[in-house]
Design a protein around this ligand. Structure first.
Ligand code: DC
Length: 657
């Protein structure tokens, strides 16, 4: 695991329009059906993501002629049901929508194939599908553990059964794969009987519709028996337009419900063939205002006479919308009461054990969560809005990253391994940024004794914004280290101390482990130590999220050395304060005399010179004036004049929140 992360600031609101990427489920089905059909197919609005890449690679490895004509348009020359390459080693990543149907298709068509995936794919069960295919006469062997990929595929025996039974409770993709493969049995009529309850029915419905588009009608009796008659064969319909992804749409509709909205997604409408489009109904049950047209859906916050009402907690059977239900789980953090999502046992065998992953990460925000074999119940933290800033693990699961991004409507958070979204939506966070409005930050950087602390506090007061004294965090780290007897240059232990600082800034006093330390952190000794501590990259990294978590509505004024360059590079206003060395030494001398501490000018000049040198020469986050920062020299300015100047800059901003 590498250590990538994305810090999302808290958002004031969300609204706008998002053009959705193509549906993963439809893209991978369409690619495979086009490859199996006779004739050429043009596929439009195909999703480009890890999962579809795996399918494209596999089809090319099987000798299928697939040409990318433009960003999202592919031309597939059908192989008429027989792949040209009869022997291949296929790596299918963690793409269930590639692994399951390719297993079925290759096992029925026959050849000499080896199918592998990532480690997690080798933990996801496939035994029920293998059993069903063996009834048809397929030659399938497990290359690793019994019941799980990787798989070895040979050629089927001729006298397999024409009636197969398949358990329906584990994954609907088993039935999807089997059905897609049956027309390859040419002269045989095959009937599949589903044992037990079939889960995720809308995905099977989608499979049947797509097969019909390619000329194969499956005869079905309820959700129990499915028959493909002899002589069925796939024929290209010419052009297939892929709908926008309904699961991907759920995050933006949820954003609209949480962030005011309206938020409109384009690329699919209420008549979509994707089951997850029903997420919109669940959102409406929670109180959101939902609307739709032929090729769009939109959501806005619940209507009230004043402001936005909170969402309502719901109790819902989510069997038909297993993926979009993850979006409901994080929305539950914002509801006025508990939310129970039922009938989601399939979550346990997805990209990760999603029930336990969800429960664990929701708790980090302060929620109480109950979980069972097939349900999750979320009690939002009270009183609202009481979410805690949190660091979220994503378990190599794209939906964990996307679902938790919604928490930014209530609290700042860090998402680890955000790149997992590439599985189905590589551009997710770019689209997210386009429709969300972060809490504004005013960054005030500058040298020691340039007046930043006083000016920043007064500006914060005038604006009614929060205030972050980032230098205090370095001072607190130095003090905590001194109290723990840790040497300032022990980077590893210093980073741990910084990460675990037990500090509170409540009601004007700074408390370290419950102890008032306002005075102690301002001593000359701690000032010197803080400057050394601040040069350690490990300490700066450990304090980064803690600083960003101060960014709460309606806004934040942050002072320090790297507020504009590192901590809040997206600050709406950046100011760099300076003053002559002599004036700064004079100010410091005055402060010390007021405190009754003996000091002399030449020592102070020397000290400030050294500290400037260290702060501006260190290898990480050196003090500097950013190119987009306003420079304010306070040498000859009163505090009042300096504050007025900063406020004037802020008032000129088009969008200061
Ligand atoms: O602003 P201050 O004097 O309280 O800062 C204490 C020390 O911490 C100082 O040596 C500079 C360092 N610092 C930093 O490196 N980055 C910040 N954002 C704030 C302070």
């Amino acid at each position: 695991m590498n250590g990538t992360f994305l810090d999302l600031p808290q958002m004031l609101g969300a609204a706008g329009t998002v053009r959705l990427p193509g549906s993963k489920s439809i893209s991978n089905r369409a690619l495979l059906l086009a490859a199996l059909a006779s004739g050429e197919t043009e596929l439009r609005d195909v999703l480009l993501s890890d999962d579809t890449e795996r399918m494209l690679e596999a089809l090319r490895a099987l000798g299928v002629d697939v040409v990318q004509q433009s960003a999202t348009v592919f031309r597939v020359v059908g192989s008429g049901g027989r792949f040209p390459v009869r022997q291949a080693d296929l790596f299918l990543g963690n793409a269930g929508t590639a692994f399951r149907p390719l297993t079925a298709v290759l096992a029925v068509a026959g050849g000499d194939y080896r199918l592998t995936g990532v480690a997690r794919m080798h933990e996801r069960p496939i035994g029920d599908l293998v059993e069903a295919l063996r009834q048809l006469g397929a030659d399938l062997r497990y290359a690793g553990s019994e019941g799980f990929p990787p798989l070895l595929i040979g050629s089927p025996v001729a006298d397999g059964s024409d009636l197969v039974t398949l358990r329906g409770e584990v994954s609907s993709q088993f039935l999807t794969g089997l059905l897609i493969a049956l027309p390859l049995r040419r002269g045989r009529t095959t009937c599949v009987e589903v044992l037990g309850e079939l889960i995720s029915k809308p995905y099977v419905e989608m499979t049947l519709q797509m097969m019909a588009r390619f000329g194969v009608e499956v005869v079905r009796e309820g959700w129990q028996r499915f028959t493909v008659v002899a002589g069925s064969a796939y024929r290209s319909p010419g052009v297939v337009e892929v709908e926008g992804d309904a699961s991907s749409a759920s995050y933006f509709l949820a954003l609209g419900a949480l962030g005011g909205g309206p938020l409109r997604v384009e690329g699919l409408g209420a008549d979509s063939i994707q089951g997850d489009v029903r997420f919109a109904d669940a959102l409406a049950m929670m109180g959101a205002q939902v609307s739709s047209g032929s090729n769009w859906l939109a959501a806005a916050a619940p209507a009230t006479s004043s402001g936005h009402a909170r969402l309502r907690g719901i109790d819902l059977d989510c069997n038909a919308i297993p993926d979009a239900a993850m979006t409901l789980a994080t929305l539950a953090l914002f509801a006025d009461g508990p939310t129970t999502l039922r009938n989601i046992a399939s979550w346990r065998v997805k990209e990760t054990d999603r029930i336990s992953a969800m429960a664990c990460e929701l708790r980090r925000f302060g929620a109480r969560v109950e979980e069972g074999a097939d349900f999750i119940r979320v009690f939002p933290p009270t009183p609202a809005p009481a979410l805690l800033p949190a660091v979220v693990d994503t378990y190599d699961d794209h939906r964990m990253a996307m679902a938790f991004s919604l928490a930014a409507l209530g609290v700042p958070l860090r998402i680890k391994q955000p790149e997992v979204v590439a599985k189905t939506f590589p551009e997710y966070f770019a689209r997210f940024a386009e429709v969300t409005q972060p809490v504004p930050v005013l960054a005030i950087d500058g040298t020691s004794a340039s007046g930043k602390g006083t000016i920043a506090q007064r500006v914060a007061q005038a604006l009614g914004w929060h205030y972050l004294d980032s230098g205090a965090l370095y001072r607190l780290t130095a003090l905590a280290a001194e109290r723990a007897g840790v040497a300032c240059d022990d980077a590893g232990r210093m980073a741990t101390i910084a990460a675990e600082l037990d500090v509170s800034f409540s009601s004007g006093a700074i408390l370290l482990a419950g102890d008032a330390v306002d005075e102690a952190i301002r001593s000359e000794e701690i000032s010197r130590a803080a400057s050394r501590v601040a040069a350690l990259p490990e300490v700066r990294a450990a304090l980064l999220f803690r600083q960003r978590a101060f960014r709460r509505p309606p806004g934040l004024v942050a002072d320090g050395r790297d507020m504009a360059s590192v901590v809040f590079p997206d600050a709406v206003c950046k100011v760099f304060l300076s003053a002559s060395l002599e004036m700064r030494a004079k100010r410091r001398l005055k402060q010390l005399i007021e405190k009754g501490i003996a000091a002399n000018m030449s020592d102070l000049l020397q000290d400030l010179r050294e500290r400037d040198e260290r702060d501006s020469q260190r290898s990480v986050a050196p003090m500097q004036q950013c190119a987009d920062a306003e420079l304010l020299d306070t040498t000859d300015l009163t505090i009042e004049t300096a504050v007025a100047q900063v406020l004037a800059w802020v008032s000129k901003l088009p969008n200061k929140g």
